[in-house]
Design a protein around this ligand. Structure first.
Ligand code: HEC
Length: 265
């Protein structure tokens, strides 16, 4: 017998030189147990890894700067997504129309958005659009203030489309200031261009309606003039100094003089 020292005679054992074991599984396990000796000290990082980590940190930093919204808590409020439109009349950020529209956006998102939608387009066959609606952009708020106060029910045509639904009244839930603000908001949003609505106008209309007034039939509303004296007054008051100057320039000189003398008294 040649190199076979363990006394076994199986065919597979030929060629094993010291014959410690013939078990292939155990043999492999022994080989796998062999590990390189641990080295002391630190090895230099791969340059690519350093560059990659630097790039990752830079990207993370700029991502945070861009998309953190300044860490403001109101970042995801709908009011922000649908920012207040530019004021109808000129002036800085603090002009009354912008301020009212901002407050109105909050009222809108709490009370109207479910039906009339964030974009003011309503839902086909269910809720009429406010964006581009002639009802909303009428000269005065006489009709829309009544709709918001007492609700509406019955066939209504908006932007040439027929709707026939029911809108809930807000008489008891919104005060004059809130109604005025939300009307100002819908009259100046989504491309709508109409004058702001003042709380006094809403108060005057509220006096004419009662808690018990049933939701308006739009056909009846159409008999009510869109604007009253109060609304016309509000439009004049909303003139910018430049618009006023232009209007004054159109007056004949003697009339202007008389007017200024009248004011000087
Ligand atoms: C429950 C759903 C609902 C809510 C909430 C609602 N509306 Fe309406 N709104 C309607 C429906 C339906 C009509 C049409 C009524 C009809 O068919 O006579 C309407 C009509 C109107 C109209 C006149 C038509 C037009 O599209 O221009 C205005 C203006 C209006 N709503 C404003 C508001 C405002 C402002 C609020 C929040 C204060 C509000 N609505 C809340 C359902 C709703």
């Amino acid at each position: 017998m040649s190199a076979n020292h363990n006394g076994s005679n199986l065919p597979g054992q030929h060629g094993l030189d010291r014959g410690e074991t013939t078990d292939v599984v155990e043999l492999h396990a022994m080989i796998l147990r062999e590990r390189p000796e641990p080295v002391e000290g630190s090895e230099p990082l791969s340059l690519w890894l350093v560059v990659f980590i630097a790039a990752l940190l830079f990207w993370a930093g700029s991502y945070l700067t861009h998309y953190s919204g300044g860490f403001r808590s109101d970042e995801f409020n709908e009011v922000q997504i649908n920012p207040t439109p530019p004021p109808v009349v000129g002036g800085g950020n603090e002009d009354p129309a912008t301020k009212a529209a901002k407050e109105g956006a909050i009222v809108f998102n709490a009370n109207c958005v479910l039906c009339h939608q964030v974009d003011g387009n309503g839902l086909p066959n269910q809720f009429p659009p406010l964006a581009g609606s002639d009802w909303v952009q009428a000269e005065g708020p006489n009709r829309i203030a009544r709709i918001v106060l007492n609700g509406a029910q019955g066939p209504i045509k908006v932007k040439g489309l027929d709707f026939n639904g029911a809108m809930t009244p807000f008489l008891e839930n919104l005060d004059d200031k809130q109604v005025a603000a939300v009307l100002t908001y819908i009259r100046t949003s989504w491309g709508n261009k109409a004058s702001m609505v003042k709380p006094e106008e809403v108060a005057a209309i509220r006096k004419q309606v009662a808690t018990t007034t049933p939701p308006w039939n739009p056909a009846d509303l159409e008999k009510i003039p869109v604007s009253s004296g109060a609304a016309a007054g509000a439009t004049t008051a909303a003139l910018t100094p430049d618009q006023l100057k232009d209007a004054l320039k159109k007056l004949p000189a003697d009339q202007l003089k008389a007017m200024l003398q009248e004011l000087g008294k």
